[in-house]
Design a protein around this ligand. Structure first.
Ligand SMILES: [Zn+2]
Ligand SMILES: [Zn+2]
Length: 288
């Protein structure tokens, strides 16, 4: 039997995300058309306050309050779609989290309120600067940290903290910090950085979490997915599970390159019996 197509990170839609396009229902229909049997939809979590809005959200006059209301609408719509398309595709209602100052309490509250099926824990900020937003923001983050190496080290430290606090079922695009760095392959091997990567991988293994094999770079014309080959090998040696994530932000990106991801994972010897997403019970306790 051939391996089933899956994505556990993606399905961002223009309906609920300022930098995505298309309606969520059209995105779900496209997954069905491509014969996905199971898909995780992981819209970005709203910020706690306006100071953490992204530049494109500010330009659209969005506020933290509006984004929160939109996020509530997102879970409501997912519930409707889950029901409407039951029997055709199994939809997991997820969310992608942030790591800005105060994220611990804020994310915990969101999880208790909306009880998603699972979460994707991502780091898009270093010292509260959204380094993946543009090259300019990346350079600012670099300057604040003092060097590119220091930027990587700070990123992996923040990621370690996030994994410990949130225990996300999926750790999103583990090495996103290389996004604007042409020399990332060498940098990931530098002792100070490689040690932190090993530490984080060991934590992922101890907690039995899954890593996102993220295909967004391919959608943007780059050659290599996150995570880089050197990290892929270490994850394999530790027997960590990887699952493809198309990180789609519109119908045209749905399912993109998942076939390639599966081929690479098989080549490296990873299992392709995908694990079922779940939410760790530590969050649900709070609700009662
Ligand atoms: Zn996004
Ligand atoms: Zn992300």
């Amino acid at each position: 039997m051939s391996t089933e197509y899956i994505s556990l990170h993606g399905g961002h839609s223009g309906q609920y995300c300022a930098h995505a396009k298309d309606q969520l229902e059209d995105i779900i229909r496209e997954y069905i058309r491509q014969e996905f049997t199971c898909v995780g939809i992981t819209e970005h979590a709203p910020p706690e306050s306006d100071i953490f809005l992204y530049p494109d959200e500010i330009a659209l006059n969005l506020t933290a309050k509006k984004l929160y209301a939109q996020f509530a609408g997102y879970f409501k719509e997912l519930k409707r779609l889950k029901h409407k398309y039951r029997g055709k595709v199994k939809i997991y209602a997820g969310m992608e989290t942030e790591t800005v100052t105060g994220f611990e309490d804020h994310t915990h509250k969101l999880i208790s309120k909306f009880v998603p099926d699972y979460i994707v824990g991502s780091v898009h900020h270093v010292k509260d600067i959204c380094f993946d937003y543009s090259r300019e923001k990346y350079e600012t983050a670099c300057a604040v940290c003092g060097s590119i190496d220091a930027l990587y080290e700070t990123y992996f430290d923040q990621q370690y903290k996030m994994i410990n606090v949130l225990k996300p079922f999926v750790v999103g695009h583990f090495d996103l910090i290389r996004i604007f760095d042409d020399d990332y392959e060498n940098r990931l091997l530098k002792a100070n950085i490689a040690d932190k990567i090993d530490r984080n991988l060991n934590l992922i293994k101890t907690l039995n979490l899954v890593m996102d094999f993220n295909l967004r770079p391919l959608a943007k014309g780059k050659k290599k997915p996150y995570i880089a080959a050197s990290i892929l090998k270490r994850a394999r040696a530790l027997n960590i599970s990887l699952v493809p994530g198309d990180d789609s932000h519109g119908v045209n990106e749905v399912g993109g390159h998942v076939n390639i991801a599966i081929k690479i994972l098989k080549k490296y010897g990873f299992e392709t019996n995908w694990p079922e997403p779940k939410l760790f019970s530590l969050y649900i306790k709070d609700k009662q």
